[in-house]
Ligand binder design. Structure first.
Ligand SMILES: Cc1cc2nc3c(=O)[nH]c(=O)nc-3n(C[C@H](O)[C@H](O)[C@H](O)COP(=O)(O)OP(=O)(O)OC[C@H]3O[C@@H](n4cnc5c(N)ncnc54)[C@H](O)[C@@H]3O)c2cc1C
Length: 427
């Protein structure tokens, strides 16, 4: 009897990925425990953004701290444009929100507790999987047994393995929350991407492009973040910081009170897919669920956790199912073939964007946000079907100017491999 698990699933981690899946598994009446390096109540370090329609569809709009109706981007400042044209905003016509991260965390914790999820603190270190059971050993030597281990330990997963290994493109940002001598964005405005670059010299324009992500937080506070979409090796924090200050100075802006500085944020954008035959399952950043075009994850966690939990519960109805068999069923649901094909297309797209010079990038995004609203929204939230995604990308290609089309056609680096994965995905 000592080799029997009293736990169905042991979830590793306590970030958004772990809590989302632990809550969903609890709802399936599975016996769930969570092992995390620190308390599951420890505040999360990041701020999570999401499109309004995504939270509305999930019925979770009450978890937002801020919601903007005036959502815009700027892709102007080509040499041939007049000043007015260059400063013309692309209006998105969609709400955007920021989660109240402590409310989001409490929401999942409350759901977990409703379904009697148990919490452990400790660093997972060792793993043993046999025909009937998996055992995790913590750094302090405690052993926890479960029918399935679900690794949600973030971008450097402790146990998950990928089939492929490649250099990872990293999104980096430098941000400030503060008060300014004059408002850096219009009242009530949210700026998804400001790619205007008239504050840069010609030499600087030839360097990797960056954009400003900015918003009016109310009460005279603003959040401004200089961002590099994704690069390998990543753009340094110093570079982003100096770019932000250059932008501010050019626009006659001064920080009068610095309330918070976001330093060294580091987001892997194109992690390879996990090996779908391993006996451990994954979720969240660990399982490559970050959207390679946007870096977003939370909407996907909320949409994908119920179906994964159900698949695990069904697989566990067979009392003789091994951890490997259960994990296999989970991976099939988390990464079905069409989703893997879409992921290859998204990663292919990111490769292209990383190679684009500043003017190509601005032209590309101008065209992208000219697509029908539902199409670009579906692209960014990963809610298009495979054929709809292909159609959106093809429309984008056909409507692009020649310098962008040429950049899209020229195959370099791992792009051919990714196209092959689109046609015939691994696993
Ligand atoms: C700067 C930044 C901004 C982002 N902005 C957004 C956004 O606006 N919207 C959005 O949707 N997404 C955003 N993301 C992406 C994504 O939502 C976050 O990265 C998210 O935190 C990933 O969640 P996770 O649970 O997979 O991993 P993490 O949040 O990294 O959590 C990992 C957990 O595992 C634990 N752990 C690690 N190792 C072990 C171990 N050996 N044993 C036990 N526990 C362990 C850690 O303590 C932690 O609790 C952003 C990411 C970054 C980096």
């Amino acid at each position: 009897m000592t080799n029997r698990a009293s736990i169905d699933v042991l979830v590793l981690g306590a970030g958004p990925g772990a809590l989302a899946i632990a809550a969903a598994l609890g709802k399936e009446n599975l016996r769930v425990e969570v092992l995390s390096a620190s308390s599951h109540k420890k505040p999360w370090p990041y701020t999570y953004g999401i499109w309004g329609e995504e939270v509305d569809e999930l019925g979770l709009e009450h978890l937002l701290e801020h919601r903007w109706k005036k959502t815009v981007s700027f892709f102007g400042s080509g040499a041939a444009e007049s000043k007015d044209e260059a400063n013309k905003a692309t209006e998105h016509g969609r709400d955007y929100g920021l989660f109240d991260k402590s409310k989001l965390q409490s929401h999942w914790i409350q759901e977990c507790e409703e379904f009697s999820v148990k919490w452990h603190i400790g660093l997972a270190k060792g793993l043993e999987v046999n025909q009937t059971i998996s055992t995790v050993t913590t750094e302090s030597g405690t052993k926890l047994k479960a029918r399935l281990i679900l690794d949600a330990t973030g971008y450097n997963p402790i146990f998950l393995k990928s089939k492929k290994d490649w250099p990872i493109a990293i999104q980096t940002c430098y941000g400030v929350v503060g008060r300014f001598n004059t408002p850096p964005v219009e009242e009530g405005q949210f700026v998804l991407m400001d790619y205007r670059c008239d504050h840069l010299s010609n030499e600087e324009k030839a360097e990797p492009p960056t954009f400003l992500y900015a918003m009016d937080m109310g009460d005279g506070l603003y959040f401004l973040e200089e961002t590099s979409l994704g690069l390998e090796p990543p753009l340094t924090l110093e570079k982003l910081q100096s770019r932000l200050h250059q932008r501010l100075t050019h626009n006659g802006l001064k920080i009068t009170s610095l309330e918070h500085e976001e330093l060294g944020l580091y987001l892997p954008m194109n992690m390879p897919l996990p090996d779908l035959k391993q006996p451990v399952l994954g979720f969240g950043g660990a399982a490559s669920m970050v959207h390679p075009a946007s870096g977003y994850l939370v909407g996907g966690l909320l949409r994908r956790s119920p179906s994964l939990a159900k698949a695990i519960a069904i697989a566990m109805q067979d009392e003789k199912a091994s951890p490997e068999m259960i994990a296999r069923e989970g991976w099939k649901t988390l990464w079905p073939k069409d989703l893997r094909r879409k992921q290859a297309l998204y990663q292919f797209g990111l490769e292209k964007l990383m190679r684009f010079e500043e003017s190509q990038l601005r032209e590309f995004f101008k065209g992208f946000f000219n697509l029908p609203n539902e199409q670009w929204y579906g692209f960014l939230t990963n809610t298009l079907s495979l054929s709809e995604l292909v159609k959106a990308m093809w429309t984008m290609f056909l409507s692009s100017p020649w310098n962008v089309r040429w950049g899209l056609m020229e195959m370099q680096g791992r792009e051919l491999y990714l196209l092959w994965q689109f046609l015939k995905p691994l696993n």
